[in-house]
Design a binder for this molecule. Structure first.
Ligand code: NAD
Ligand code: AHE
Ligand code: ZN
Ligand code: ZN
Length: 369
């Protein structure tokens, strides 16, 4: 079949809208009509050429929602008409990782996924007979896409595509980092570095968990207003504080926070996030994705004295199990999504979503098919 898609032909170049050929689902795969997709900073990161795993030409996008149109042989958990969210972190429920309660990082198809290929080592997308690669196993910047059954979460039918697509990455990553990964306790103090599409979801996760103090850090003061509405109690703009950001947070919290989350992707703020964690017990979680060649550093004494440096992908969520629950939380009003979706646009205008992100104008842009 044919599908309209935004293709990344080369790193650093705008996406191009083209009509691609799409092969139907093979055994264990499903064809999905994407109804809406968010544009995450990770899409921009890969497009920039900074991603060591970036391969081109590819159909980017990993934050979608849609409907199952067709299923390949052997698919048992999904049927045409099901409302679904694609998962860049699948859940096969049988690999060593899925069987270990300490991780959500199913590795069943990670090798081929990182190469932009389906599990059988081929691509379903092509243009003029030449393969176009998949991205993060999702490729939601195409109106139709093919995914392995283990990388698809079935969700309730009444969920609005234009909002719950964000659960495909940003919401789950931020809220999940707090409630699944860090398991922040009632009364804890929390610092959040970066108040964008991920950081604001960390803030609402911290509020949901009952944190007593939630300190937000961002260079862009325009981000503070929405952060306050989501539960931020104190704002630190690194440009405004006389002392170092770390010292400012330690001062505010009588020694440092119980939990910190880095949601920027900058190795300097990763260090600050670690070093503002409380001596003896503070835990710091890296969520931001840093470019090829970047490395983190700190004095080992920071760890010797009881701070832990950790990281989390997809909020520690096991997608097929947890994503339907997070959709329920949204539908029941426990978490908010609508105010975070600041812009919507048709696929033809998808490059605008990247511009708005780079200009600091948007929290989330959502492309509607
Ligand atoms: P975003 O662009 O919406 O937000 C980033 C925020 O950081 C912005 O508000 C910006 O003003 C602020 N910022 C930038 N540099 C700063 C600095 N030096 N000091 C203080 N604030 C600064 O991006 P996003 O969509 O929220 O994504 C954030 C990061 O999380 C990206 O690196 C993205 O790739 C990563 N990410 C990781 C996962 C995961 O599973 N680990 C999932 C999604 C996104
Ligand atoms: N490919 C990059 C790393 C990118 C990365 O860390 N991706 C996160 C999700 S970001 C979503 O917006 C992730 O899931 N990581 C775990 C994994 O298995 O990819 C690189 O540095 O090579
Ligand atoms: Zn993402
Ligand atoms: Zn698995």
């Amino acid at each position: 079949m044919k599908t309209r898609a935004a293709v990344a032909f080369q790193a650093g170049k705008p996406l191009e809208i083209v009509e691609l050929d799409l092969e139907g689902p093979k055994a264990g795969e499903v064809l999905i009509e994407i109804k809406a997709t968010g544009v995450c900073h990770t899409d921009a990161f890969t497009l920039s050429g900074d991603d060591p795993e970036g391969v081109f030409p590819a159909v980017l996008g990993h934050e979608g929602a849609g409907i199952v149109v067709d299923v390949g042989p052997g698919v048992t958990s999904l049927k045409p008409g099901d409302t679904v969210i694609p998962l860049y972190t699948p859940e096969c429920r049988e690999c060593d990782f899925c069987l270990n309660p300490k991780t959500n990082l199913c590795q069943k198809i990670r090798g081929t996924q990182g190469q932009g290929l389906m599990p059988d080592g081929t691509s379903r997308f092509s243009l003029d007979g030449k393969p176009i690669l998949h991205y993060m196993g999702c490729s939601t910047f195409s109106n139709y896409t093919v995914l392995p059954e283990i990388a698809v979460a079935k969700i309730r039918e009444d969920a609005p595509f234009d909002k719950v697509c964000y659960i495909g990455c940003g919401v789950t990553t931020g809220v999940g980092a707090v409630v699944f990964e860090a398991q922040v306790e009632v009364g804890s103090t929390v610092a959040v570095f970066g108040l964008g599409g991920i950081g604001l979801n960390v803030i609402q996760g911290a509020k949901l968990a009952g944190a007593s103090r939630i300190i937000g850090v961002d260079m862009n003061p325009a981000k503070a207003e929405l952060a306050k509405q989501f539960g931020m109690t104190d704002f630190v703009n690194p440009k405004d504080v006389d002392m170092k950001t770390t010292e400012a947070i330690i001062d505010l919290t009588n020694g440092g926070v119980d939990y910190s989350f880095e949601c920027i992707g900058n190795v300097n703020t990763m260090r600050q996030a670690l070093e503002c964690a409380h001596k003896g017990w503070g835990e710091s979680y890296i969520i931001g994705v840093a470019g090829a060649g970047q490395e983190i550093s700190t004095r080992p004494f920071q760890l010797v004295t009881g701070r832990s440096w950790k990281g989390t992908a997809f909020g520690g969520a096991r997608g097929r199990t947890d994503v339907p629950k997070i959709v329920d939380w949204y539908m029941e009003g426990k978490i908010q999504i609508d105010p975070l979706i600041t812009h919507t646009m048709p696929l033809d205008d998808i490059n605008k979503a990247f511009d708005l992100m780079h200009e600091g104008e948007s929290i989330r842009s959502v492309v509607l098919y």
